[in-house]
Design a protein. Sequence first.
Length: 430
Amino acid sequence: RKITVVLLPEAAGRCVTPSRCDVIAKQLHRKVAGADVFLAVQANDMLSAGLAVARSLSPYTAKTEKPLEDSTCNVGFHGCEASEETLAQLAVAAESVRIAQGLVDMPPNVIHPTSMKDLVLDAVAEVPGVSHTVIEGTELRDKGYGLLWATGKCSESPPCLIVLTHQGSEENKHRKGVALVGKGVTFDTGGAALKSRDGMIGMKRDMGGAAGTFGAFLAMAKAGGLPAGQPLHCVLCLAENAIGSKSFLQDDILTGYSGLTVEINNTDAEGRLILSDGVAHVAKHLNCGLVVDMATLTGAQGISTGHHHGLILATDEGLESDIMAAGKLSGDMVHPGIFAPELLMHEFDSEFADMRNSVKNRSNAQSSCAGLFIHRHLTHSGYTGKWLHIDMAYPVHEPLGEYATGWGVGLLTTYLRERRDYDLPPASSL
C-alpha cells in the first residue's frame, strides 16, 4: 500500500493560518481520491486542515477520456481529539466548500443565471426552515433594480435576484439577523468596455462571491441556522455581463434600487453595481444588524492583499478583528483595506449623476473605493447596522491555479457559528 508523508513548514507569520493549510491543499490537490488522509495537527488546526483536504478534491471535470475517480476520501486526526459537534460542523462545511468549487469551475455554457437559480433552489428545497423569493428579468427593471437589470439585460439568460431565508427559531425570528450578499456574474465580457481575449479567460469565476455566500448559507441552514436563532438571509445577485445590441453603455445614467443615480464610465466595473442593488434590497426589506457582501470585485485586490488573503472593509473595529480571527482559524485568510469614505468617495464624483461607477485615480486604494461604492448605496437606503465587505478576486482560485478553492465558505461559517447579538448598535468606526 502506498504511503505518502507531507511535512508542513513550522513557520507561520502572524497573518498566516498556523496549520499551513495552504501547503496541505496544494500538496494534496487531485491526489487523495479514494485515499485515507491522517492529519497530525493541534485541536485549533482541525478546521483549517480538514477544509484544506476537502478543497483538494475538485469536483468538476468535463473530460471524457479521463473521468473523475471515486472522490471519497476518509480523513482522520492524530494527536488531537475531535468532538462529535466539531466533526459534524467540519463535514457540512467541507460539503459546501466542494459545492462552491463545482459552481465556480463549471463553464458559462453550463452555469448562467437561470441554471444557477435552478441549482440553488433545488439545493435548498428540502432544507427545513428555508424559504425563497426570486425577482427575475424585466420584473427587476419594473421594480427599480436598475443596476442589476442593466448589467444582465443583454444576455439570453435574464438577470435575477434570489433571496434565501432561514427563519431561525420561533422566539428569535423577529430579532435582527444577518444577510450574506454575493456577486454572481456568471461570465464577464466587460460589456461595452470589452476585455481582451486573454483578459476574458477565467471570467467564469466572477460568480465566486455568490458561490461562497451560498455555500456558507447552505452549511449554516443544514446545521440549524444561526446559533442564537436569528434569521439568516442569502441574497444572490446573478447576471451575465454580455456584449450585444442591448448592452448598457459608457455614459449611461442608471438609477439603483437605493435611489442613487450612477453615471457609467466603465461597464467592466459591474460587480459593484449589482451588489449595490442587492444591499439596498436588504436595507429596505430585511431586518438585519449585519450585512456582508462578498465578491471577486477588483483585480487590484491581489495587489493590495495578495493571492491568499481576501481584502475586507468593516464599519466596526470589533467586526474587523473577529473576521480576521475567523479567517486564520478557517484558513480563508483576510486582511483589512481602508475604510475611509471621507478620503476616497470623491473618486466617484460625477458632473451629471450622484456618482460614477469607476474611480478617477486607479492608484488611490481602488479596491477599498470599490467596496465603499457599495456601502454608499447601503447607507443611502437607510441601513444603520454593521457592514462587512470581502473582495476575494484572487483567493477564489489562485492558490490552486486553474481550480476553484471554495473560498469564503470556511470564513463565513466560522464567524457565524459564534453566538452573537446583532441587535446591538455598531461601535464607533474611529
